[in-house]
Write a protein that binds this ligand. Structure first.
Ligand SMILES: C=C(O[C@@H]1C=C(C(=O)O)C=C[C@H]1O)C(=O)O
Length: 88
C-alpha cells in the first residue's frame, strides 16, 4: 500500500464509520419506537385481565429474526424482547 492508498483508506474508513454511526442512531430510534409500541400492547392486555408476556407470539418474533438473520438473529430478537418487556 502506497502513502496515497493509505490516505485514501483512512478517508474511506472515516466516511463509512460516519454512515455506520448514522445507521446506529436510526436503529436505536427504531428500537425505542418498538419498545413504545410493545408497551401499548402489554398495558392493554394487562388492563383487560391478561398477562404481560405472550410466549406463542414471542416464538413468532424469534422465528422472524432467525429466518432473516440466522442463529444470531435469535439472540438479537431475545435482546429486543428483553428491552421491550423486561426479564422473565
Ligand atoms: C407486544 C406484545 O407483548 C409482549 C411483547 C412482545 C414483543 O415486544 O414483541 C411479544 C410478546 C409479548 O410477550 C405482544 O403480545 O404482541
Amino acid at each position: 500500500m502506497t502513502i496515497t492508498d493509505a490516505a485514501e483508506a483512512t478517508e474511506l474508513i472515516a466516511g463509512a464509520r460516519e454512515r455506520i454511526d448514522a445507521l446506529d442512531d436510526r436503529i436505536i430510534g427504531l428500537v425505542q419506537e418498538r419498545m413504545a409500541v410493545s408497551a401499548v400492547v402489554q398495558e392493554t392486555r394487562i388492563a383487560s385481565g391478561g398477562r404481560r408476556v405472550n410466549l406463542s407470539r414471542e416464538l413468532e418474533v424469534l422465528s422472524h429474526y432467525r429466518d432473516a438473520l440466522g442463529r444470531p438473529g435469535t439472540s438479537l430478537a431475545m435482546t429486543l424482547l428483553e428491552l421491550c418487556r423486561g426479564r422473565i
